[in-house]
Design a binder for this molecule. Structure first.
Ligand SMILES: [Zn+2]
Ligand SMILES: [Zn+2]
Length: 346
């Protein structure tokens, strides 16, 4: 096997990623070497490049949405074998601390994210611990296997955190990548009515086209619209996927008694709530949601295998493993308003 590979690296914050030639990493006994077939280009990658989220271990190969074929496995690896199609859980954790042993690895003190704290998949090969590699069924294309491991997985975690149950109604605030998956996953859970709140006309139309009750927040207060549509009751679950104090408050106010608002969008703004009338009286819950868990991924993969979670070909744009193409895609991400995901395909 050859010794060097191409990788696209972040070498300096605020500067374009660069094409480099690096040694193919050597695996330890608990690692797998994966030949990358597809790597999703994510909004967070644009943030890493711009320095919005700090990275202090430069240079680093970006790319945390990974699918490929197992090239080589360490001596201790039993869950996958050479030649297997796999997708990758991006949180590398110790596996031994009290959080890891309870399956809550996102709180592991030594958690490290692939494509941020350690080299990611903008490369011909990537090394990950065997525990992070999940078999990818033949029905799921590599491109989908890559991109579903980020926003779709987090959308699923949000539904799980909100204890979303069959028949329940749900309001989804924000119809970007997370909302696109959340709508499909809510259906996969046999949801009741699904409301999608948006201000962007193209996204309002897209949500309606996918069968949701589209709530155009430009036309009237979305809380009033949801209350009206539910005969004053409100929804059982609300997901806030935008990251604004205003929509977080709207998500809470749109809840029925015993409703749960799962808050996923990031913001530094404080949110105001009147505890008695808006929280206590209705026994509603506000739940924080961060990333997702390895134990949730088999269900996610099954939803994609069975076609309940779909990324139609027109929603994917393909680029090559090339710094110029990837930098251009990252530039375009800043002001994208559609559901098209860009994927590096090798
Ligand atoms: Zn991502
Ligand atoms: Zn741990």
């Amino acid at each position: 096997m050859k010794k060097a590979m191409r990788a696209i690296r972040l070498t300096q914050i605020g500067k374009p990623l660069q094409n480099v030639e690096v040694p193919i990493p050597e695996i330890g006994p608990s690692d797998v070497l994966i030949r990358v077939e597809a790597a999703g280009i994510c909004h967070s990658d644009a943030h890493y490049r711009a320095g919005v989220s700090t990275i202090d271990n430069l240079p680093v190969t970006l790319g945390h949405e990974v699918a490929g074929r197992v090239e080589e496995v360490g001596a201790n690896i039993a869950n996958v074998t050479s030649g297997d199609r796999v997708c990758v859980h991006y949180l590398v954790h110790c596996g031994r601390c009290d959080f890891c042993t309870r399956g809550l690895e996102q709180f592991c003190r030594s958690v490290r994210m692939i494509g941020k704290h350690r080299d990611g998949a903008y490369a011909e090969f990537i090394i990950v611990p065997g525990a992070n590699a999940f078999p990818l069924p033949d029905e799921i294309p590599f491109e989908v296997g890559a991109i579903m491991m980020c926003s779709s997985a987090t959308a699923l975690h949000a539904l799980n955190k909100a204890r979303f149950k069959p028949g329940e109604s749900i309001a989804i605030f924000g119809f970007g990548g997370l909302g696109f998956s959340a709508l499909q996953l809510a259906r996969a859970f046999d949801s009741g009515d699904v409301y999608v709140v948006e201000i962007n006309p193209a996204k309002v139309a897209s949500a309606a086209g996918m069968g949701a009750v589209a709530i155009d927040a430009n036309s009237a207060d979305p809380v009033d619209q949801i209350k009206e549509a539910t005969s004053g009751k409100g929804v059982d679950v609300a997901l806030e996927l935008i990251g604004s104090a205003k929509t977080m408050r709207q998500a809470v106010l749109s809840l029925a008694a015993l409703g749960r608002a799962a808050v996923v969008g990031l913001t530094a703004e404080p949110m105001s709530i009147h505890p008695y009338t808006e929280l206590i009286n209705k026994e509603v819950e506000i739940i924080g949601v961060s990333d997702h868990l390895a134990m949730e991924l088999p269900a996610l993969i099954e939803f994609a295998r069975s076609g309940k979670l779909r990324f139609p070909p027109e929603s994917l744009r393909v680029v090559e493993l090339d710094a110029v193409q990837i930098n251009t895609a990252l530039d375009a991400l800043q002001d994208s308003i559609d559901h098209v995901r860009t994927v590096i395909v090798l």
